[in-house]
Write a protein of this length. Structure first.
Length: 87
């Protein structure tokens, strides 16, 4: 069930709009996602390879991205382990 932030009524299921007032659910969430897409900030924060970078810099950035991904993977694994054994 979802509660409308505009009128306060509850709606069953996963409706896109409130059945009583017509207010759109998750409007702020959708707006934030759209702003992130415009800013290209929806992906994992890696060192970006820009099209205008020289070829030597593009080649140098690839291993750095790999190290970043490995670091994120290790951190995620430790978070998984800490939550799995916390129970």
């Amino acid at each position: 069930m979802k509660r409308c932030s505009h009128c306060g009524q509850w709606a069953e299921g996963k409706p896109k709009v409130c059945p009583s007032c017509g207010n759109e659910f998750d409007k702020s969430y959708k707006k934030e996602i759209e702003e992130r897409r415009k800013a290209d900030d929806i992906h994992i924060p890696l060192w970006r390879i820009k099209p205008e970078d020289p070829i030597w810099l593009k080649i140098a950035k690839r291993p750095i991205q790999l190290v970043q991904l490995l670091f994120y993977s290790i951190v995620a694994f430790f978070i998984y382990l800490s939550t799995a054994f916390a129970h």
